[in-house]
Design a protein around this ligand. Structure first.
Ligand code: HEM
Length: 105
């Protein structure tokens, strides 16, 4: 089925994008909390804050798609499963956007 192939490719790209993003979040986090002079402390703080939301959104997309493919292995598939994962992904993504933009520090 074409949808499966597209989603598989999308999942692969998103998963590998997560690797440098995760590394950047970890390195920038340590750069502003510890005495590591990899990045200037102020820049590290900004970078860390700005990458927070993209990381969470990408992680949500990754986990939803990974869950879809894992469930397929157990023959748990179909429109209901896709709908459930899509709604769950949207709810988690919107929650992250809400917390990021609306909840004060
Ligand atoms: C709650 C966290 C996570 C869960 C539950 C999860 C789950 C999974 C699962 C089940 C797969 C296998 C998918 C398949 O082959 O069908 C997978 C693959 C992968 N994950 Fe994650 N993952 C998580 C976090 C991460 C993070 C943080 C990164 C990156 C830093 C990451 C990077 C990858 C990569 C690169 C693959 C291989 C994709 C491919 O080449 O097909 N994952 N993940």
């Amino acid at each position: 089925m074409k949808l499966n192939r597209y989603l598989f490719k999308i999942h692969r790209i998103l998963s590998w994008l997560l690797v440098p993003l995760m590394a950047a979040v970890i390195i920038s986090g340590y750069s502003y909390t510890r005495k590591i002079q990899l990045v200037h402390r102020g820049a590290a703080f900004d970078l860390h804050n700005q990458l927070e939301l993209p990381l969470i959104l990408l992680l949500v997309a990754h986990v939803m798609l990974a869950a879809r493919f894992e469930l397929m292995r157990f023959h748990i598939r179909g429109r209901t499963v896709d709908f459930f994962l899509l709604i769950l992904g949207i709810v988690l993504g919107l929650s992250a956007i809400y917390v990021d933009g609306r909840i004060p520090r």
